[in-house]
Design a protein around this ligand. Structure first.
Ligand SMILES: *[C@@H]1O[C@H](CO)[C@@H](O)[C@H](O)[C@H]1NC(C)=O
Length: 953
């Protein structure tokens, strides 16, 4: 049809005969390549062909068919437009051309780990107005980072690390209001850290950016004091391994959210700000290898500090013994050549998790007493070159002690007087089977199978620990990797870690190998998915590991990498070329049409004036019950959005509790600047949400759209989230009966959204924190429609395309990007498992779905699940009627394929049956099923009736 349209236009220019011929020609050629043009938008197809014309090692599926229609590996589409290209670690070669800019709907571009993708970034990249994730980590790009990068207003995740970029850090990055992750480390960037000055933007404007990763560059100049402010939410400030000069500004203490700070290996000087002490959330503080002077500051209040490195500075003589022992979270104290003097107190070695103490080259004196209650995690105490004149070593100690070059050694030959001591060997994944002999290229896995693993270097830039031999950290890491892969249904058999070592930049490196399940190698889809999970930080280890980066090796599938111009690529390029010419002709007219349509749409949405003005042209939403609030009204009822009224935060912004004039208590979601959308879209969404009414859904009371603010006003649900109640922390204890009723309520709410709301609504983020309980413990599903209403900047580790939360996420949705009601059913199944276990879905590195599947034994009582069950269920006197049926149902919800899962309607019926089986009336409210053993809840406003009237039998 598109072809037909353009022919109609051409008619103006030529005779009828010419046109007829042209139509025949088109009919012929288009039928030849017709398949290709069938589903992908022609402009996108042309842009993709031009972009990849000179690329080598493209997946073989890219040589024929249609990118959207025939599922090219690494391409996903929305409505025939290419929305994501993920091509990590397959060895793509070539350059990135300006044709990229024509992929107007592109949201995700992940080309990570392709070292032979070289050249510079085209400045037209700034035209990708929908781009949310730009991941070029570990490629071979060079030249400056174009200023136009600051035009990517939707960008959430920017990862340009480990390339060869030169020039300065573009100040325009400060315009990226939605940015969550900023990683420019390991490049050759120079110049100073840009901050705003009223006319030009700067990094100080990035109030919602959590990650500032700038290590391993050539940045110079001083650290601007205006870089830091109390409005920032930065957690990782990594500026290590640069050429920064001057001192650390005391404004850094304003950023109370900071968790990891690295300014080591620069040329900084001056006295350290004494208010560093106020940064009480910091876990890692690394300031070594600079020229700081003055005293080592008193860090007493940094009670969460795990890793402290102040080595190799020019501090004046300081006695730290008074405050060092107050830091009871310390694992690592690196204070080589820091002017320490005095005697180390014996209590210091009893800090429970202490692992490494390096204080060589100081003036520590007196007797060294390690005591008998020293930390059993100790691996190394290195105090060489001090003035210690006696030592008491605990009997049978198994850490490394280095005391060489102290007076006590004199000419003595105690083992600890040797400075060439063996350190324990670092962790390597153990193998408990007999490794087979593998053919060349293959490696034996930890489960003793020969395979081609997906490999690379896992780098922790600021870990909280230093014990490279303590298996705890590494087995947990392996477990959490496996659980994440399992929860995403990636075909992984096992993982192994080896070569654990700290490098010259102060990073903890290790080799990671991921082995395939089933066949001996991963297919392309497997490789691209693994690459993306790690390059996009979809996988998140627990906090103690700090920020990580993974640099994958190119996956060669055992065969040597294909040569650059394999025949497949030549054919692909040739076909691509002719298709290009043709499609450019075909697309011409259509493109004009599209452009005009787009411009018209832009005019409509860009006119972001105040709501009052819009009323005339757009009209107020047709509301059923939801009302319009003025900004003033909401400001007043929340005490000017005071911190005391702040009851939560999410990707869209903050939630405030407020009391309206009629004394109704409400929860107000106030979107932060970056996550707002056009007034018209906002209006449409409210209109939709205001039509949704169900007792198991949180009710929308109203909204505000004024003074550049977008706020939603909801009924206040007093007992908080299901997660809190399951944890027992808020004083509520949920017995089995109540859990059944809550599950039923939540299922009904969701059923309404799926099957009764018009248009149907897919929640996309079902989890226990989105199920609220009212004072009668009725379930109310919250945040429906929000994934569409607000950009989800909080979960920057997820692609913003795939909405949802790790552990609850439907793997089918993750792989295909196609969201259906069945994705909610999957997440709901995980919530049901949470009801039984009272554990978060990924708990201590274990994925609840897998745990239940491997533990279940249907021949035993309670299906043999006691070990996984919430102990509260096992200790209360209630019979666990229907528990087995409940588990069966939950397992059906998490079936691999969506089609095998029940619909919400079917699920509601099944849960009603279980409720009846337990002798209850499914139509009673949750709280009225209270009975003996109920402990009550805190707060006087709640009255839970004590009644047995629900019993049917
Ligand atoms: C360190 O600071 C804390 C308060 O932050 C104070 O109580 C303590 O006396 C100080 N210690 C030293 C040795 O100055």
């Amino acid at each position: 049809m598109r072809v037909f349209v353009s022919v109609m236009r051409l008619r103006v220019f030529g005779s009828r005969i010419w046109c007829l011929r042209f139509v025949l020609f088109l009919a012929f050629v288009c039928s030849e390549v017709g398949y290709g043009a069938a589903q992908t938008d022609s402009q996108d197809y042309a842009a993709l062909s031009a972009l990849t014309k000179d690329w080598g090692n493209l997946p073989s599926s890219w040589t024929g068919g249609d990118p959207c229609g025939s599922k090219w590996e690494g391409i996903t589409c929305i409505n025939s437009h290419i929305s994501s290209i993920t091509l990590s670690s397959v060895g793509v070669t070539g350059k990135l051309s300006g044709d990229l800019a024509s992929l107007s709907d592109l949201e995700t571009l992940d080309l990570s780990y392709n070292k032979e993708l070289t050249g510079s970034l085209p400045s037209t990249i700034g035209k990708l107005s929908k781009l949310t994730n730009l991941i070029l980590l570990g490629c071979g790009f060079s030249g400056p980072i174009p200023d136009s990068i600051g035009s990517l207003s939707q960008l959430v995740y920017l990862s340009l690390n480990s390339n060869k970029f030169t020039g300065s850090v573009p100040a325009s990055i400060g315009n990226l209001k939605k940015l969550y992750w900023l990683d420019l480390s390991d490049n050759q960037l120079s110049g100073s850290i840009p901050v705003s000055d009223g006319t030009t933007p700067g990094l100080d404007l990035l109030l919602d950016t959590k990650h500032f990763h700038f290590g391993m560059n050539r940045l110079s100049g001083s650290i601007p004091s205006s870089l830091f402010s109390a409005d920032m939410t930065m957690i990782h400030a990594l500026f290590d391994n640069n050429n920064l000069t001057g001192s650390i500004p005391s404004t850094i203490a304003l950023v109370q959210t900071l968790e990891a700070i690295r300014f080591d290996r620069n040329s900084l000087n001056g006295t350290l700000p004494s208010n560093l002490n106020e940064l009480t959330h910091v876990n890692e503080l690394v300031l070594s290898n600079n020229a700081f002077t003055g005293p080592v500051p008193n860090l007493t209040d940094m009670s969460n500090l795990n890793y402290l490195d102040m080595s190799n500075n020019s501090f004046e003589a300081t006695n730290v013994s008074q405050w060092l022992t107050t830091l009871q979270s310390l694992t690592t104290v690196m204070m080589e050549r820091t002017g320490l003097e005095g005697q180390l107190p014996v209590e210091f070695f009893s800090i429970p998790q202490l692992q490494t103490v390096v204080m060589k080259g100081n003036q520590l004196s007196g007797e060294l007493d390690i005591g008998s209650t020293y930390s059993r995690q100790l691996e190394l105490i290195d105090l060489q070159s001090n003035s210690i004149d006696a030592v008491t070593v605990p009997p049978g100690y198994n850490f490394t002690l280095v005391l060489a070059d102290n007076p006590l050694c004199g000419g003595a030959t105690f083992p600890y007087c040797n400075n060439q001591q063996d350190l324990g060997s670092p962790y390597t994944t153990p193998v408990f089977c007999v490794p087979p002999k593998c053919s060349s290229g293959q490696t034996s896995s930890p489960t003793c199978k020969c395979a081609h693993p997906y490999t690379g270097t896992l780098i922790f830039r600021a870990p909280s620990f230093s014990a490279s031999g303590n298996p705890k950290y590494f087995t947990d890491l392996q477990q959490s990797l496996l659980s994440s892969f399992a929860s995403l249904k990636l075909p992984v058999d096992s993982v192994s870690l080896s070569d654990v070592a700290t490098d010259a930049f102060g990073y903890l490196n290790m080799h990671l190998a991921i082995f395939p399940a089933g066949p001996a190698s991963f297919n392309k889809t497997g490789v691209l998915s693994l690459g993306f999970v790690l390059s996009n930080q979809t996988y998140k280890p627990s906090k103690e590991y700090g920020p990580y980066v993974f640099i994958a090796d190119i996956y060669t599938n055992g065969a040597s990498p294909r040569s650059k111009s394999s025949s497949g690529v030549i054919i692909g390029a040739a076909v691509g070329g002719s298709v290009l010419v043709l499609l450019l002709i075909c697309a011409g007219g259509y493109a004009c049409y599209q452009k005009r349509r787009a411009e018209k749409a832009k005019q409509q949405t860009n006119s972001f004036v105040s709501w009052e003005k819009q009323q005339t042209d757009l009209g107020l939403p047709h509301m059923k019950g939801a009302r319009y609030f003025s900004f003033k009204e909401l400001q007043k009822c929340t005490n000017n959005f005071s911190e005391d009224n702040n009851i939560g935060a999410g990707g869209y912004g903050k939630v405030y509790k407020g009391t309206l004039e009629d004394n109704q208590i409400v929860a107000i979601k106030r979107s932060q600047e970056g996550s707002m959308q056009g007034t018209k879209e906002f209006k449409n969404e409210i209109e939709l949400l205001s039509r949704v009414h169900h007792k198991n859904l949180v009710k929308l009371v109203g909204f505000c759209c004024e003074q550049g603010e977008q706020m939603l006003v909801y009924e206040f649900v007093s007992k908080g989230t299901l997660t809190e109640s399951l944890s027992g922390k808020n004083g509520i204890q949920l017995d089995w009966i109540r859990r059944l009723m809550i599950t039923l309520g939540a299922a009904r709410g969701l059923h309404y959204l799926h099957e009764l709301a018009d248009p149907p609504i897919i929640h996309r983020d079902i989890k226990s924190t989105n199920i609220l309980l009212d004072e009668r413990l009725n379930a109310k599903v919250a945040d429906f429609g929000l994934s569409k209403l607000f950009g989800d900047t909080e979960k920057g580790h997820m692609t913003t395309q795939v909405k949802g939360t790790m552990g609850y996420l439907d793997p089918e949705y993750f792989m295909t990007n196609q969201v259906t009601e069945k994705s909610d059913v999957f997440s709901f199944g995980v919530v049901m498992m949470e009801m039984v276990t009272a554990r978060m879905p990924i708990h201590k590195g274990k994925y609840v779905v897998k745990e239940i599947k491997t533990t279940i034994d249907r021949t035993k009582d309670l299906y043999n699940l006691e070990v996984l069950m919430d102990p509260v269920l096992l200790t209360t006197t209630t019979l666990l009627v229907g528990l087995e049926k409940f588990v069966d149902l939950a397992l059906k919800c998490v079936e691999e394929a969506g089609v095998d899962r029940p619909t919400m309607g079917e699920l509601v019926k099944e849960i009603e049956n279980i409720v009846k089986l337990a002798g209850l009336n499914p139509n009673l409210e949750s709280a009225s099923v209270a009975y003996s053993g109920y402990e009550g809840v805190s707060g006087e406003d709640v009255h839970i009736p004590y009644t047995n009237d629900y019993i049917l039998r």
